[in-house]
Structure formats: C-alpha cells, structure tokens
Design a protein around this ligand. Structure first.
Ligand code: CA
Length: 221
C-alpha cells in the first residue's frame, strides 16, 4: 500500500515516513501544500496523511482541490490541536478521518489501516482467500493455519491483491501501489515476486490474466 504524507515539520514527517515504511507501506513525503497537491493529483495512493497547517497552500485547500479533481483516496487529516472547528472544516472538505496533534503513532497506523481497508471494501482487518490469511494488524500471513514467511516486497504485493480480491490488477497498478516514487521501478520484478509467492502459498493463489495482469480469488468462487 502506498501512502502520501504531506507534513511540513521535518522531524515529524521523517519519523512518520520511517515508522510507516517499517510497517510495510511505501511512502512519499511532501513538505508543502503545493508539492503535496501535485503529488496527490498525479500519483496513485491508497491513502493520504495531510497536515492542515502547510506552507504555500494550506491543507484544507489542497484537500478541496483534490476532491474537485475527483481524487478519491481516503484522507486522514492532522489538526494542530484538539480544535473542533479544524475537524469540522476538514471533514467538510472531504477528509475521511482526523487526528489531533500530538498523537500516538500506533493510533495513526490503526486509523490508516482502517481507512485503506474500508476504501477497498473490507470490513475485517483479517483478509482471507481460501486457506490463506493475512492479518493487516500484525502483518502476518498463514497458510492453513501455519505461518508463512514473506519478504517485505512479497507482503506488499500479496496485501494489495488481497485488499482487491476478485479484481484484475495490472502490473502497472501493482508497481504504483507497492513502490514509493524514488524506487527504481522495474516491472519484471513483479513477476519474480508473484512466482515466489506462488511457491510459498500454492500456485493457484494468484492467477495470471493474460495481457491484463493478476487476480487473486477464493478457490471456490
Ligand atoms: Ca504544519
């Protein structure tokens, strides 16, 4: 899952970036409203964390512009303090959730996880496909109850497909959602990851849809 953070406080921004990266997210960090707006308007994100007090263009205006441009990713707004008017304004501008500073990183991660899950139509934090279970809270994957060890990139790919179970996902879409902007993207690596996941979880878990991409489905569907 790929997330954009728009936050002008350098320490907080970097901290969030590295914490979320170690939790399996691909992160782009933007430090002002103008660049942040551009990133959100041109790149593909599964969610955005948006500070309201930003240089160049303020967060509410950024959010309002995205929504007018039909950018529908879930947005978690960070408000400077526990100000009810900031929260109301944020929700009115199209935010999906908010968090007042200072906050616990664990709470931010939990809210982010829920936003991404709901946006893809998943109510439970545990995703399943046949015997495969992926717990989005712990980042653990099991096959028939036994733990399976995946690398960070394998997990990101599997998690994206499981969030979008039953849909055909193109290689380009996968690349856009599992790598951050600075990553040296090579579409051949996607095939390598898929092969490795099939070896670990069974060949039938991910089907190749010729010319279109990949699909993960329940074996009985
Ligand atoms: Ca700020």
């Amino acid at each position: 899952m790929r997330v954009l953070i728009v936050e002008d406080e350098p320490t907080l921004g970097q901290q969030l970036k590295s914490t979320l990266e170690s939790n399996g997210y691909a992160i782009d960090l933007s430090t002002d409203g103008e660049d942040g707006h551009f990133m959100g308007a041109t790149e593909e994100y599964d969610a955005v964390i948006l500070d309201l007090g930003l240089p160049e263009i303020d967060g509410l205006t950024v959010l309002d512009r995205w929504r007018k441009e039909d950018r529908n990713f879930p947005v978690l707004v960070l408000t400077a303090r526990d100000s009810w008017s900031d929260k109301v304004a944020g929700l009115d501008a199209g935010a999906d959730d908010y968090l007042a500073k200072p906050f616990q990183t664990e709470e931010l991660i939990a809210r982010l996880r829920a936003l991404i899950r709901r946006a893809s139509g998943n109510a439970s934090s545990e995703l399943t496909a046949g015997d495969v279970r992926l717990d989005t809270r712990s980042g653990k994957v099991t096959l028939g109850g036994s733990p399976v060890k995946l690398t960070a990139q394998e997990y990101k790919l599997l998690s994206y497909l499981m969030h979008h179970k039953g849909k055909v996902v193109s290689r380009t879409e996968l690349i856009e959602h599992i790598y951050d902007q600075d990553f040296d993207r090579d579409s051949n690596t996607i095939e390598v990851f898929v092969t490795r996941i099939r070896k670990k979880l069974g060949a039938e878990v991910i089907s190749t849809v010729r010319g279109l991409g990949y699909s993960l489905e329940d074996p009985d569907s």
